[in-house]
Design a protein around this ligand. Sequence first.
Ligand SMILES: C[S@@+](CC[C@H](N)C(=O)[O-])C[C@H]1O[C@@H](n2cnc3c(N)ncnc32)[C@H](O)[C@@H]1O
Ligand code: SF4
Length: 401
Amino acid sequence: MAAAPVVSEFSFPPPLSLYIHIPWCARKCPYCDFNSHAADHGLPEQTYVDALLADLEQEVADVWGRTVQTIFIGGGTPSLFSPAAIERLISGVKSRLSCKPGLETTLEANPGTLDQGRFREFRNAGINRLSIGVQSFNDVLLERIGRIHDAASAITAVESAREAGFETFNLDLMFGLPGQSLDLALTDLHRALDLSPPHLSWYQLSLEPNTLFHQQRPTLPEDDQIWEMQKEGQARLAAYGYTQYEISAYAREGQICRHNLNYWRYGDYLGIGAGAHAKLTFPAAQRVQRTWKIKHPRTYLRAAGSEKRIGGRLHLESREVIFEFLLNALRLNDGFTKQDFEMSTGLKFSRLLPILDAVKAPELLEMDVHGIRASRLGQCYLNDLLLEFLPDNRASQLRCD
Ligand SMILES: C[S@@+](CC[C@H](N)C(=O)[O-])C[C@H]1O[C@@H](n2cnc3c(N)ncnc32)[C@H](O)[C@@H]1O
Ligand code: SF4
């Protein structure tokens, strides 16, 4: 029997974003499994920007007539690149793609790579949102997790961002660090809150395969301590006026990250750069497609302007589209509505109903007139909930924390 069409009566695809990956860092952090490499042999800045634009050139036909809503330059540590290179990149993007006027354009920055002048220049280059990787304000812990900066430079980075006129920015902070007590975790959080960031990403440190911390495991706090950190931290964040809208994302009013929200709402995105992923909907062909670029920067640099840049491509069956939608949308505290489902997947809501009905632990889900979301309990056991929706052929691909 032929597979049911993935995209049906909805003729318009979901909103489109652009992710740009810059894969170099000053030093590789021992916990990090991102596609990032220590820039020991210098940065091929100019050739990499050329490669990114050559890569984009190959993609434009797939998004003809569509307008990009957000740009996110991530890594790696994109703030290692000069403002002039970032400016050439952004203007190259804007001359190849239709972009929404004033679109959210984020640059990830490491406090160890910044100075006041750079921030202003990044702003002039077209960046209007920074995501600053602070991780902790405790110098002992920062050293323990291999960071190249101390707390003082993180504070200076935040002050400089404000002085340079960034009205919105994010701080990345982690908890559950080696040797961190509940007190230390909350002190860290309060030091972040004292700086009043418009947005805070507060991640629990995870030990990922293929990292130094996975081979030489540090002693992490016990699970019940981590649970306390999370519970207490969430209460403090709420008291300071931050709304949690995703597992790790907290924002002041009007400060949510539109780019990340588009991922979680199962929007479309182009991805350029070494190892970058893309997801695009082709309504006319009734197809949802995932593509990823080859991972290693050196190989990517050679292949960026040709088909060889493609690391892999997958056309999703409708069952997989449903799973991927749930994988993302259930991370959001507000979950999703019937309309969200239909607009993002192009599938009829009736396709989802039997799948929801078959959930063996219904207490992990909440369904009412406003929509469908993970319950409080479901948020705590999100992986268990998502496993219930897993199509058989994806069992080996789901990564559990
Ligand atoms: C690409 S990095 C951000 C920018 C920059 N490279 C930096 O580290 O300053 C994205 C963020 O993911 C988080 N992260 C990375 N590895 C993690 C891990 N193993 N567990 C939890 N969070 C992690 C960190 O907070 C990090 O800032
Ligand atoms: S956490 Fe950030 S700075 Fe550290 S290696 Fe990963 S991407 Fe680079």
